[in-house]
Design a protein around this ligand. Structure first.
Ligand code: 5GP
Length: 191
């Protein structure tokens, strides 16, 4: 996705050749026009597939997934990283190790918002080790649903996430794939 590549080159900051900071348009400040284009691209990649619902994870996934949900005209539910005291329903949960925070956390979705028998598209902002996406996929399957695919906005292809998800049988679509970081710059996988 060329416009996304351009924005990463212009505004992204690579820290210690390890993490990419894109808080000026994706993780903190949000560029609505770019998000709209991302939503359209995700919808295009899954055109013709049965998608009944989108599942993402708070916080950064929500706005991205919303744009895709509007395009695909399906409901969206986000997994919570902390159980809310208002969440008195029964929940599905999964344990995820956070790459950026270096700690385990529990992700939960109320059983009411994940009916069994649906085909679900999982969306997240980054793919690194695959922990978050794998946790969401397991959570979705524990509800009796099928994971139809996993859409990622920025994949760090030098980390094992994609391989791990594909080995587990999931279809992964990433809008941008970073082959490596070099001198704190992104080298992209050629399309
Ligand atoms: P994984 O679970 O695949 O190891 O990592 C994915 C999660 O970690 C994403 O939801 C994202 O929040 C965070 N993450 C991983 N790598 C990066 C990165 O390079 N930059 C940013 N901003 N977030 C990242």
């Amino acid at each position: 996705m060329e416009i996304l590549k351009q924005r990463i080159n212009e505004e992204g900051r690579v820290l210690d050749n390890r993490v990419l900071k894109v808080d000026s348009f994706l993780n903190h400040q949000i560029d609505p026009a770019l998000f709209q284009a991302i939503g359209k691209e995700i919808a295009k990649r899954f055109e013709g597939k049965q998608i009944d619902r989108i599942v993402t994870i708070e916080a950064s996934g929500i706005a991205l997934a919303l744009m895709a949900a509007i395009e695909m005209n399906v409901p969206l539910v986000f997994a919570r990283k902390k159980k809310s005291i208002l969440m008195t329903d029964e929940v599905y949960h999964s344990v995820v190790y956070s790459y950026t925070k270096e700690e385990n956390y529990d992700v939960t979705v109320s059983k009411r918002f994940l009916p069994a028998g649906e085909h679900v598209l999982i969306i997240d902002d980054f793919l690194a080790s695959g922990e978050a996406a794998m946790g969401l996929a397991k959570l979705v399957e524990s509800a009796g649903d099928t994971v139809e695919g996993i859409a990622i906005v920025i994949e760090k292809s030098f980390q094992p996430g994609r391989e791990r998800l594909e080995r587990a049988g999931y279809h992964v679509e990433s809008l941008i794939r970073i082959e490596r970081f070099e001198d704190n710059r992104c080298i992209f996988v050629e399309d």
